[in-house]
Design a protein around this ligand. Sequence first.
Ligand SMILES: NC(=O)c1ccc[n+]([C@@H]2O[C@H](COP(=O)([O-])OP(=O)(O)OC[C@H]3O[C@@H](n4cnc5c(N)ncnc54)[C@H](O)[C@@H]3O)[C@@H](O)[C@H]2O)c1
Length: 275
Amino acid sequence: MTEPIAPLAGKVAYVTGAARGQGRSHCIRLARAGADIVAIDACAPVAEHNGYPPALPEDLAETVNLVEGEGRKILAEEVDVRDLAGQQRVASNAIEQFGRLDIVVANAGVLNWGRLWEISAQQWQEILDTNLTGVWNTVKSVVPHMIAAGNGGSIINISSAAGIKAVPGCGHYCASKFGVVGLTNSLAVELGEYGIRVNSVHPYGTDTPMGNDLSMYQTFQDHPTYIYSFSPGALPTESLAAPDLVSDIVVWLASDASSLITAAQIPADKGYLKI
Ligand SMILES: NC(=O)c1ccc[n+]([C@@H]2O[C@H](COP(=O)([O-])OP(=O)(O)OC[C@H]3O[C@@H](n4cnc5c(N)ncnc54)[C@H](O)[C@@H]3O)[C@@H](O)[C@H]2O)c1
């Protein structure tokens, strides 16, 4: 049997952290597979201790151009995932404009460095608020619309290899990404009866502004043994993975090709988690 050319034709995908990096790549690839896109991003500084630059409004504008270049429609708004009312407003606007929501990629995230007892309460809270509460805000905003539409769907939460394997130097990030796993699996059980699947994806080093954050090297310099927790993985490359390779997994999870998969943790790690 031949594969359909546009396996997501007629579907609508809601993507957070869509201005650049993996989020932008997911928007483009979901659009290429036939979906219209709802894209949000803060497009502003989101955490005081980040060692890499924030996304800008022109980054989100470029995502819009690229999705439209794929021949699909896109509704894009500058909204922080910590803003529940903002996400609820966008989800309602999406239903008004497109009539449905089928695919959700909760991708927005932040990473910074420091030992657990040395980071400030603010540094802890900023990471938890975006990486975990932000995902819950997304879920709370989109799920009632998905249930009401009665079309089933696929929710894909972007965790991290650090959401399965504990790593030193970013324990607050680990805690947030392990939290995404618990949220994912409980939600999968709750949404099973509605035909909505919920899975998490666990990238390792990926070639984005976050993945190229040089401030992590200060942590390795201060605590040289931590480097043993960051192997290059099993495959013969030491380079960061292209975001497009993570999008391969996201598009698969969004499509009926993964219809048996829910409450699963899908690694995008070149075998790193086994080393
Ligand atoms: N890059 C890596 O090596 C790597 C590895 C594992 C997991 N991840 C995860 O992948 C996801 C995407 O990260 P990326 O590598 O593309 O990073 P990135 O920094 O390039 O992109 C993240 C995007 O999310 C947005 N964002 C951050 N906080 C936000 C908030 N509060 N509200 C709205 N938007 C917000 C940013 O503005 C940015 O556009 C994140 O959840 C990250 O934790 C990344």
